[in-house]
Design a protein around this ligand. Structure first.
Ligand SMILES: [Zn+2]
Length: 307
């Protein structure tokens, strides 16, 4: 039998794709994926990647689940590892498990039991079976899931009401983004407002600040900006420095209905390209002042709309 290129488990299928130096591999753990010969030898010979193979397993397995066939090559392997949606803590891992059972049960009926096998741990990016079993046990202890008998069982379903209440809470959280996008001048002269005003103010109100540093990216940056703004609950546009990019990003947010808070350093007031009275711009002299004003404005702009 041939082996899986990622996890070394025996593969159900390993097919050479004619006229390409690639294989299609089916593994009970990693799902079905395509890998180039070059990427395969990279995995074999690069010992540093060893500790991150579980990320690849999780990625290919989840792609199989959504009927997208993952393709691994030497040019995308680091991107896959860097951008995979790995649960950031045990609670998120448990949530991922509960969501998996939920999605499977929507294909059947809520009373159906969903099997989990010893090869299913990549579903929630667990590193091994022990870690997976740990989350299953904790999900049972939390009352989110139950199994069909009291002996060692490998079939589970959501509990009523706890499990289903938890799902509806998770769905609410994913719908209401907690991301705030900052459009600003990337210059040392205003950098301190990111560290000492924007970041602390946004975190203070329970949101997650993000910005994109244009100097670190190539021309494809605009796609990423558009995607990140679309996922945000709010955009803050600081007009200090009169950057065109800031006007563009704020304009895009307005266009798709995302609220925008305008800010500007006091000495740049006269240079602003529109009538700021109409937009109620926050003028600031120092980061401390901006932070205080921002907290109040954010609360007024979005928090009051929260249920
Ligand atoms: Zn595998």
């Amino acid at each position: 039998m041939s082996k899986c290129s990622i996890c070394d488990h025996e593969a159900n299928e390993r097919v050479r794709i004619p006229s390409f130096q690639k294989f299609r591999i089916s593994c009970e753990r990693c799902g079905t994926y395509i890998i180039s010969e070059e990427a395969e030898s990279f995995l074999m010979n690069n010992s540093e990647i060893g500790g991150q193979k579980y990320i690849l397993s999780g990625y290919t397995r989840n792609a199989t689940l959504t009927k997208k066939s993952a393709e691994i090559s030497t040019s995308n392997i680091n991107d896959i590892i860097g951008s995979a949606k790995i649960p950031s803590d045990p609670l998120e891992a448990i949530d991922t498990l509960v969501l998996y059972l939920y999605h499977e049960s929507t294909k059947k009926t809520p009373d159906s039991f969903i099997p989990l096998t010893q090869n299913d741990y990549p579903l929630i990016y667990s590193k091994n079976l022990n870690e997976f079993n740990f989350y299953i046990r904790k999900a049972i202890e939390l009352g989110y899931i139950e199994n069909d008998t009291y002996d060692a069982s490998s079939e589970y379903r959501l509990t009523i009401p706890r499990g289903w209440i938890h799902i509806s809470e998770l769905n609410k959280v994913t719908r209401a983004s907690n991301q705030v996008f900052i459009a600003m001048w990337f210059d040392e002269k205003v950098n301190e407002i990111w560290e000492n005003a924007f970041k602390p103010a946004i975190k203070h109100v329970g949101f997650n600040p993000i910005r994109i540093d244009k100097t670190e990216h190539n021309e494809k940056i605009d796609d990423k900006i558009i995607a990140d703004i679309s996922k945000s609950a709010l955009l803050i546009a600081d007009l200090t420095g009169q950057r065109q990019g800031v006007y563009f990003e704020a304009g895009f947010a307005v266009g798709i209905g995302i609220p925008v808070i305008w800010t500007c350093r006091d000495d740049h007031k006269k240079k602003i390209h529109f009538d700021t009275r109409q937009y109620n711009c926050i003028f600031w002299k120092n980061p401390e002042e901006l932070k205080e004003k921002l907290i109040n404005r954010i609360e007024a702009t979005i928090l009051i709309k929260k249920p």
